[in-house]
Design a protein around this ligand. Structure first.
Ligand code: ZN
Length: 209
């Protein structure tokens, strides 16, 4: 049984919420939370995201080594390298959430390039954009089978040009976003999912969004 206030309980609660909203169906997606010593808790691979317990997480050192696991045969998420890259690239990030939603995948399909233009919605303020008439794009990466290759590409791209919003899409796969803590990362998932839903609805309505 985890201690009260255990970050694994915070992550399990967030996963239940995302599962209930249809953004984390089955075992898809993964959540992590950084600790003061630089290690992070992340969901173990292959766990049902609507029913996580504290035993369903592993603690990872920077670079990817497992330093603690709930069960002997558990493996870290296949996408641990993405979380490791986010914490390396963005020192202000304290939590990183990755979901597979239908609106996110539809939105990524509406661009053929490596950027998705975001509509100038009020909601962008929640993602840190306070420009008048914002002209903001979200990075879109190809979905390589070998996930560390995606991590390498995001480190190269975001080192050359830091993103204006705390997130990126992997085409035909899903959203990764981060925040200073779990609550901020959760808000960012909700805001991005709102924007993706808007983009798809605007396209259906024939709007040039
Ligand atoms: Zn994924």
């Amino acid at each position: 049984m985890a201690d009260p206030g255990d970050p694994r309980d915070v992550l399990a609660a967030a996963a239940r919420l995302f599962y209930d909203r249809g953004w984390m169906w089955g075992t898809a997606g993964n959540l992590s939370l950084l600790l003061a010593d630089g290690t992070f808790w992340i969901t173990a691979s292959g766990k049902a995201k609507g029913r996580l317990t504290a035993a369903d997480f592993l603690r990872i050192a920077p670079g990817g080594e497992v330093v603690e696991r709930g069960r002997a045969d558990d493996r870290p998420s296949a996408e641990t390298s993405l979380h490791d890259a986010v914490y390396r690239q963005f020192p202000q990030a304290g939590a990183c959430f990755h979901v597979h939603s239908i609106p996110g995948n539809v939105a990524a399909r509406l661009t053929t390039g490596d950027d998705l233009r975001l509509p100038p919605l009020e909601m962008l303020k929640g993602l840190g954009v306070w420009d008048q008439d914002p002209d903001i794009s979200l990075a879109v990466f190809p979905n390589h089978l070998h996930v560390p290759r995606i991590a390498q590409e995001l480190l190269a791209r975001f080192t050359a040009a830091p993103p204006r919003v705390p997130g990126f899409l992997i085409r035909d796969h899903g959203l990764t976003t981060w925040g200073r803590d779990a609550e901020a990362a959760l808000h960012h998932v909700e805001l991005f999912e709102y924007v993706f839903g808007y983009i798809a609805a605007a396209r259906r309505a024939g709007l040039d969004a």
